[in-house]
Ligand binder design. Sequence first.
Ligand code: 13P
Length: 249
Amino acid sequence: MRKPVLAGNWKMHKTAAETSSFVEAFAPMVAHAKHAEIVICPTFVNLPAAIGSARSTNVEIGAQDVFWLKEGAYTGEISAPSLTAIGCRWVIIGHSERRQYFGETDETVFKKTIAALDAGLKPIVCVGERLEERESGATETVCGGQFTGGIAGLTLEQFAKIVIAYEPVWAIGTGKTATPEIASDTHRFVRGEIRKRFGAEAAGSCRILYGGSVKPDNIKGLMAQPEIDGALVGGASLDPASFAAIVNF
Ligand code: 13P
């Protein structure tokens, strides 16, 4: 049985005060949710506020990115050990917005994933195709390439500790959710790639989350798909009641 992960990616939203009041309102709404792991990923500067407010709750906190070296002359970057040191438990790696605007490549995704694992963080590694890639029938080529370049080089032991998020770029922030069937098809494809590279057991236990316009009113249909093991939620994770409705689907 794969335990679902419901993660909120807050992107560049909320101040420290807003982060704390969110967590204080949200945590009691999901306090009885034993069926899933619950993660919130605020901005770097708001991690301490989130971690402080989530202490003694079942909500874990993650970062939205990480650098691949432990320390050095890399102005503006944040290391994995510095994240674990403050109580951060998860990290999103390779989000399409980082690929699109900040030069993230499969190679940097791979290096960041190893750095995160070395520091004891749980990586949520993102893959997903753009609209023109889907329309030209390249979804599997693109997601397969991102898997090969960003994930397949891990050892089996490393792979067992990561979560994958499939986020079709055309569904992010657009209100156009992939239908549960479309999402499921790509999840099945990714799981097939995992099986080829890491074997049936690893494929059977890896959690693959769906992301892209997940809302309280579509989460049930998505989670009804055996291939979908949770969600990475953007906009709908910014309101406590909305994200709680998603967690308690
Ligand atoms: P939305 O849920 O706002 O579409 O964002 C999805 C996403 O990018 C989560 O990482």
